[in-house]
Design a protein around this ligand. Structure first.
Ligand code: GDD
Ligand code: MG
Length: 324
């Protein structure tokens, strides 16, 4: 079986960090988002095709330098084609069926059970659904008693939302869905294609357990916390010469002596943290500097950002080279 990962979005809700770094390469618990998504794949996946667009070269370079445990092939699009257009563009050689994933799904899902569900009902596809409090930022499904999807509405208003069960961004589809997407033109899979497939039998796989779309700062930090707590993060213990508590994933090239930690922290390569600085629930990307006595909490700092001595950064997202 092959998997198709949609990875071509602009990451607008994570700007300004995503002006410099594509969303999928932001490190959570010491590892880029994309690699946590690839961890969801069951054993025996033959190939993962990445449908790239925005910052495809950066993603290509990173993946070449850090080969994932599954074989990966990139198919970039010259112009943004949307989720459906990206699938059509990259899906030329998919298996039947194939797995489809968004690149920002952080979850504890049983993908083998999803595949079994698809085989059991034999429809055109199966979408993993999760139940959320507020379905309006997602694709929302109306279900019949057999869990067949009757209606699918992308980002509805509160009044329009047919339920609280939403598309988790992970599904399995028969290969022939790809031929039903117009080629080389922007198409939304969720708005234009999925509704047209419902007559052919699209079923829900209701998933339990943790799920987050790490596409906004708040959700991304929540996802990082989960990854640490569930043991899927990188190095967890604090290095000698620091105080406070982990978990934290600290790159060996970072200088953090004298810093204090409050849990759920990623510190990237060549970061410098001064004595008495405090870090909690945050991500410091390459070459960030946090001067002595400063603090960073509930925040994401892009490459080379700097927090000056004594300053406090809380609930912020700083772009590449920004100063606070
Ligand atoms: N190749 C390509 N081309 N990929 C794209 C494009 C494009 O033009 N636009 C977006 N993507 C990728 C993104 O990189 C991301 O991995 C995925 O498609 C979904 O885009 P998001 O921007 O993250 O969408 P969303 O979070 O608003 O909504 C989607 O995910 C929700 C669950 O997380 C939808 O699939 C919803 O139905 C779903 O509920
Ligand atoms: Mg998303």
């Amino acid at each position: 079986m092959k998997a198709l990962v949609l990875i071509g979005g602009f990451g607008t809700r994570l700007r300004p960090v995503t002006y410099a770094v594509p969303k999928q390469l932001i490190p959570l618990a010491g590892k880029p988002m994309l690699y946590h998504v690839l961890d969801l794949l069951p054993a025996g996946i033959e190939e993962v095709v990445l449908a790239t667009g925005y910052k495809a070269d950066e993603i290509g370079r990173y993946v070449t330098e850090h080969p994932p445990r599954v074989p990966v092939r990139m198919v970039p699009e010259a112009e943004p084609l949307g989720t459906g257009g990206g699938m059509r563009n990259a899906g030329g050689d998919m298996s039947d069926p194939f797995l489809l994933l968004n690149s920002d799904v952080i979850a504890a899902f049983d993908v083998a059970a999803l595949l079994t569900a698809q085989t059991a009902h034999g429809g055109i596809g199966t979408m993993t659904l999760v139940e959320v409090e507020d379905p309006t930022p997602y694709g929302v499904a109306a279900l019949d008693p057999d869990d067949r999807i009757l209606r699918f509405v992308e980002k509805p208003s509160r009044e329009e939302a047919p339920s609280r069960w939403i598309n988790a961004g992970l599904g399995v589809w028969r290969q022939d869905v790809l031929a039903r997407i117009p080629s080389q033109t922007p198409v939304s899979w969720e708005r234009e294609v999925v509704p047209s497939l419902l007559a052919d039998g699209v079923y829900a796989f209701r998933a339990q357990g943790f799920w987050e779309d790490a596409g906004t700062p708040e959700r991304l930090l929540r996802a990082q916390k989960y990854l640490f707590e569930s043991g899927r993060g990188g190095r967890r213990a604090l290095p000698a010469g620091t105080t406070g508590k982990g978990p934290a994933a600290i790159d060996p090239s970072a200088a953090v002596e004298g810093a204090s930690f409050g849990g759920s922290v990623t510190v990237g390569p060549h970061v410098i943290v001064g004595a008495g600085a405090y870090l909690e629930d945050c991500i410091l990307m390459d070459r960030v500097t946090v001067d002595a006595g400063a603090s960073v909490v509930h925040s994401i700092l892009g490459p080379r950002a700097r927090v000056h001595g004594g300053h406090r950064v809380a609930h912020q997202i700083l772009g590449e080279g920004a100063e606070a």
